[in-house]
Ligand binder design. Structure first.
Ligand code: AMP
Ligand code: TRP
Length: 332
């Protein structure tokens, strides 16, 4: 039996190079070996205000970017979260098992609440519970995510424990996080002490997957570097250069040491010019494929529908077992 992998990204902002390196690139590597489900977390997006037309368009756009980046909708089950009503239903059951104090400690909640002082809604607070439902519905063994999601995975695992204490075992599988070592946290281009985030207000902080070559070049060339001149991987003292080296290393397949050797005696400018070229080379075919896919929304819609049908078969079964365990009347 192949292990089941599940992951997703929230449908907000623009998918970035950070999402690609920290997440989608790893998903892609797993698609041959595992049973994979990848989804568009559109319900999660509603925790901040969304323009309805933009949200819908962006969901198609992210889906097209997943495919353009190399995720195969036949090999994997790729779907939109909101098309499977079981997510919201399981989230409710789990909400009733989650201590408020636990959610209060979540770093992402604190950060997002600080950023959205005018809209600290209960959805933002209980976001990690919906995320646990996403994972548990599909009996996932492994959940590949970036470093920032580790705390949410811990909650998910604890919820399995709380559920089993109260209702017994056998309903959910205990999921394991899978966090890549290199590239788990690509940093912002202008402020390399912060992660590169797709909902950053300043677009100079990230490279979007579908940026045109000119924009990519400009953003990388104006990335903040550190004082000094030596090109060395030293995240503590040279976070800017270290970040560029990590991106370079992952996209080129060269080790960090090899890059340090290649650039010994050279200037930051050299590194940036070469990196900009590498990123453009990597993303240009992706962008072309993406633009092509977006021309045919009906086709995208059809593929999403097929993904949803395949996903729902599994979700339905888990929810049935859950309702039975907690004492809800079953639907015949
Ligand atoms: P998000 O952009 O927060 O919806 O995240 C989608 C996926 O991409 C998650 O697995 C994140 O951990 C990952 N991710 C997001 N930003 C980065 C980043 N800057 N570096 C590495 N991984 C990231
Ligand atoms: N919270 C994740 C993020 O912002 C996206 C997400 C939602 C997710 N549900 C998930 C990731 C389940 C993995 C598994 O990155």
């Amino acid at each position: 039996m192949k292990k089941t992998i599940l992951s997703g990204s929230t449908v907000t902002g623009d998918l970035t190079l950070g999402n690609y390196i920290g997440a989608i690139n790893n998903w892609k590597r797993m698609q041959d070996e595992y049973d994979c489900l990848y989804f568009l977390a559109d319900l999660h997006a509603l925790t901040v205000h969304q323009d309805p037309a933009v949200l819908r368009e962006r969901t198609y756009s992210f889906f097209a970017q997943y495919i353009a980046l190399g995720l195969d909708p036949q090999k994997n089950i790729i779907f939109a979260q909101s098309q499977i009503h079981e997510h919201a239903e399981l989230a409710w059951i789990l909400t009733c098992l989650t201590p408020m104090g636990y959610l209060n400690r979540m770093t992402q909640f604190k950060e997002k609440a600080e950023k959205n002082v005018k809209n600290i809604n209960a959805g933002l607070f209980s976001y990690p519970v919906l995320m646990a439902a996403d994972i548990l519905l599909y009996q996932a063994d492994l959940v590949p995510v970036g470093e920032d999601q580790k705390q949410h995975l811990e909650l998910c695992r604890d919820l399995v424990g709380y559920f089993e204490n109260r209702y017994g075992k056998g309903v959910f599988k205990m999921p394991e996080p899978s966090i890549g070592k290199v590239g788990a946290r690509i940093m912002s281009l202008q402020d390399p002490t912060k992660k590169m985030s797709k909902s950053d207000d300043n677009e100079k902080n990230y490279v979007s997957i579908i940026d045109d070559p000119k924009k990519i070049e400009k953003k990388i060339k104006s990335a903040a570097t550190d004082s000094g001149t030596e090109i060395k991987y030293d995240p503590e003292n040279k976070p800017g250069v270290a970040n560029l080296l990590v991106i370079f290393s992952i996209l080129s397949g060269k080790s960090l040491e090899q890059l340090e050797n290649d650039y010994a005696g050279k200037m930051y400018g050299h590194l940036k010019v070469d990196l900009a070229e590498l990123v453009v080379q990597t993303l240009t075919p992706v962008r072309e494929r993406y633009l092509d896919l977006m021309k045919n929304k009906d086709h995208l819609h059809q593929l999403l529908q097929q993904g949803a049908d395949r996903a729902q078969e599994r979700a339905r079964e888990t929810l049935r077992k859950t309702y039975e365990a907690v004492g809800l009347i079953s639907r015949s």
